[in-house]
Write a protein that binds this ligand. Structure first.
Ligand SMILES: Cc1ncc(COP(=O)(O)O)c(C=O)c1O
Length: 432
């Protein structure tokens, strides 16, 4: 079963999966105990933006700095050995989390934006057959985060390649009608989100990857929104490159991941130059270390990578299936609860099928920023704006939206608090 199938079926299989003990999960997240805005319990519905961190991750960071801190790979002392072991151990944990046996396919980056830029820059510098020429095409989608749009625009400007995209249907799915025309022998790369950060839509990545490969193109998947739910299995996705970001999956900020097929990483030129990515340096040239180190120049986010390893341990111990089942259950509660509010339009799929736990919506007569302020006064944190997906908002015919996003620590009561808060805002603004 593919990762998408797992998600699509998670709702129906919820009864077969041991339920997540949400009370125990919440006890792991110290920040959920705090109050905001003069004593209101925090209702955190902004995890698609950044997730909260469990005690296990916070303790790992503290322990690293208190007991093991040193630079990696170059320090010839005990602390250096311990730090290196912890950093490389985190790489192995991440590799197993995404289903690869080869940890040299896992590159640490600053975030997923950097992972995507790394690929764009490296392909732009590559010689044939990976390099791009005028007339080549890169295919993205209209529902991408800016991080999976702008690097390709820049690459097209540099190389003369042409940027093309799948459009989005009114109900927030990819319009695959012209897939055969869009993905053609000129296509060199298809870059696509696994799960939309705005619509929640889970895209048919495996199917698109198969088409792209048949046309001879590479496939990059932006898994920023799917990795946090344990949905990334690189083999079943069928991609060549997959990026995600630690801070959305219970890990620290400052660390992301690029996974790539080893043969491809071997062929790609380095991204940044600097210490530890080299094999040898002369005054007139250098040779480079094998992957992943070829792509990790300078002192890396060491503690953050170790913290990401702890986050991966945490998610693995809970299990992908219970996490996904819990989120599907929240979604099945939230979608109708929001849909029945007068004047509320959900952007994207209104049913919990091939859909993750981010719900963006507009509300007649109330700007998303005003709504988020009223909700914030009640302790409810949501996001307002275009969520770094401006073209998608234009395609959906709106300037901005409000987004509530759910994660493993959210509850039905919090969904109800959101619905209540929206109705209160309507009263406040004299809409209802
Ligand atoms: C789908 C998607 N891609 C890329 C990003 C960028 O993530 P980062 O800022 O961690 O690079 C985000 C963050 O919201 C996202 O949701």
């Amino acid at each position: 079963m593919t990762a998408q199938d797992q998600v699509a079926r998670a709702g129906t299989e919820a009864l077969e999966v041991a339920p997540l003990d949400v009370t125990a999960v919440r006890a792991d997240f110290p920040i959920l105990e705090r109050t905001v805005r003069g004593g209101k319990p925090l209702v955190y519905l902004d995890s698609a933006n950044t997730s909260q961190k469990p005690r296990q991750v916070i303790d790992t960071l503290t322990d690293f700095y208190e007991r093991h801190n040193a630079n990696i790979h170059r320090a010839t002392h005990e602390l250096g050995e311990e730090a290196t072991e912890a950093y490389e151990g985190a790489r192995i944990k991440v590799a197993r989390f995404i289903g690869t046996a080869d940890e040299t396919e896992v590159i640490f980056t600053k975030n997923v934006s950097e992972a995507i830029n790394l690929v764009a820059y490296s392909i732009g510098n590559a010689t044939s057959p990976l390099g791009l020429r005028e007339g080549d095409e890169i295919v993205i989608t209209e529902m991408e985060h800016h991080s999976n749009i702008v690097p390709w625009q820049l690459l097209c400007e540099r190389t003369g390649a042409r940027l093309r995209w799948f459009s989005v249907t009114r109900d927030g799915r990819l319009d695959l009608t012209h897939a055969d025309e869009l993905i053609n022998p000129r296509t060199r790369l298809v870059a696509i989100a696994h799960q939309s950060n705005v619509l929640g839509t889970v895209n048919p990545v495996t199917e698109i990857a198969a088409r792209a490969h048949a046309a001879g193109a590479l496939v990059l998947v932006d898994a920023a929104q799917s990795a946090p739910h344990g949905m990334v299995d690189v083999a079943s996705l069928g991609a060549d490159l997959v990026g995600f970001t630690g801070h959305k999956m219970c890990g620290p900020t400052g660390v992301g991941v690029l996974w790539g097929r080893r043969e491809l990483l071997d062929q790609l030129p380095p991204f940044l130059g600097g210490g530890e990515m080299i094999e040898s340096v002369w005054m007139d040239h250098s040779t480079f270390a094998p992957p992943p180190h070829k792509f990790e120049a300078g002192t890396m986010p060491i503690a953050q990578a170790v913290g990401l390893g702890a986050a991966v341990d945490y998610l693995t111990a809970l299990g992908a299936a219970p996490i996904q089942a819990h989120e599907q259950e929240l979604l099945q509660h939230a979608l109708p609860a929001l849909a029945e509010i007068d004047g509320l339009r959900i952007l994207g799929p209104t049913e919990a099928v091939d859909r993750g736990g981010a719900i963006s919506f507009t509300l007649d007569g109330i700007h998303p920023h005003d709504l988020s302020q009223v909700l914030d006064d009640r302790g409810i944190a949501v996001r307002a704006g275009h969520h770094c997906a401006w073209p998608l908002h234009r395609a959906m015919g709106v300037q901005a939206s409000s987004r509530a996003s759910f994660y493993l620590y959210n509850t039905h009561a919090e969904v109800d608090a959101l619905a209540d808060g929206i109705r209160q805002a309507q009263k406040f603004f004299g809409i209802a």
